[in-house]
Write a protein that binds this ligand. Sequence first.
Ligand code: ADP
Ligand code: MG
Length: 563
Amino acid sequence: MIIGIDLGTTNSLVAAWDGESARLLPNALGNLLTPSVVGLDDQGQLVVGDIARERLQTHPQLTTALFKRDMGSARETRLGARAYRAEELSAMLLRSLKADAERALGQPVTEAVISVPAYFSDAQRKATRIAGELAGLKVDKLINEPTAAALAYGLHQREESTFLVFDLGGGTFDVSVLELFEGVMEVRASAGDNFLGGEDFDDALVAHFVERIGNRDLPDVTRPELAQRLRREAQRVRHALGQAASARFTLADDGREWFLELTQDDLATVVKPLLDRLRAPIERALRDARIKAAELSEVLLVGGTTRMPLIRKLVASLFGRIPAMQLNPDEVVAQGAAIQAALKARDASLEEVVLTDVCPYTLGIETSVQIGQGYQSGHYLPIIERNSVVPVSRSRMVSTLSDGQEHVIVRIFQGEGRLVQHNIFLGELDIPVPKRRAGEVDLDVRFTYDNNGLLEAQVYLPINGETRSLVIENNPGVLDKTQIAERLAALQELKVHPRDQQANTLLLARLERLYQEHLGERRAYIAQLANYFQQALESQDEREVRKAYSSVLEHLAQFEREG
Ligand code: ADP
Ligand code: MG
């Protein structure tokens, strides 16, 4: 049996063809979406999905997310005693999806079609195949995410046509123009914004809440667990405003409570600056594909964030037509991958032309930004943005920060993190500068990236005409056969958290998070629930456990309603 997998940045899904249609397969908790988060539990066993997501906050050293962004790079993330590459973290997730599929289908699964973003480079595609191999899956075929969406909509059965896929997920925005010609699907152009997705909408709502309530009145909202809680609340409100005319944003802390009533119009105003950023990539993709919006035969909505009526309206007005949205936007990619898998089993796969002559990562330098009175270093200033067609050359102007400064260290990074500590350090240039007052010496930093993955960084000082440069061979480091075998052996030793305990573990993880988030009486109440549930688990009496489980769930629902 060949399955189809959408290995997403935020959520992953698995689907299989049942003879008539592509059916999504539920995970051990009965959900179709598995958050793309993995980690180790306190016994060193692998936890994946919702449990891991709950533990992101309570056990940051043992849990990780967003690793899709590191695919094809040599970056490693520490989980407990060991550091793992993105291929391995993806493999943990794939392994869990494979087990879910086997459970749902009642038969072993050995092969998968996995979807990847259209702009994924050769190294990123190789990394995805290796992740499959590490999970015990043969990955003969990858499919571009927009192509998969098109398959789910049956567009491959149409006559020659050109269409656009608008994919707004949790953290990324991708636009692709696809053309179907003589049975071959070609990505004519792809553009996007790697820092724009549902989570940015949540951040904007949090900022709005803090501003309206007034910073002085609130507890320290930069406290990590409080920040996390505000984001969760923002997401809840944002989802709720998809249906309800208004929703209440609440925050309770240390016996005090704040709330803000928000309408759909308020939401529209708050996210307006983000909505404005959707325009440029669309225009770029259309321009690169040399096609006008009116000539598109279809516009497809993909990604969970396009469930927002606000986005649907915007897309309709940008394209002057109603986009295709009969299918669930966060499920279509997995469905398409399953259709491709079924076609492959019949030797009838849809052929694709892949476009990989793009720079797969954002390249930039470290910078300082003004926060309050002072400057904070460690921030990232992108110079060449991910997904630029290569060869490409771009420059940014920066200047000195302090009076009498004699050197500027230009530190070069690759990656998508807001802070450079989350990115990969590539090299640095130490530039002597004439002593002047702060901000009086400009530096023109130019990056040139070519087809062979060579990056040239050049710094020019207009004040004295001097130039310094550095060439960096940006070898993404694809694992070789021996390395794959080693990592495979290491991963196989890793025990998986037992499937039949997942619901209980999720509940405990959630209680632990809530305990961390609250204070005083509310915290004590959560501790009581946790202790009660823990005791039931220790009794090992199945009936006792189930009773405690539903009772705790009920109390939690009540607890969250009370805010
Ligand atoms: P990715 O492709 O990035 O892995 P998804 O396509 O699953 O992720 O999108 C996840 C995003 O979709 C999250 O930011 C989530 O808030 C958003 N989302 C899911 N359902 C809704 C909804 N009903 N209303 C608004 N946003 C939603
Ligand atoms: Mg996606």
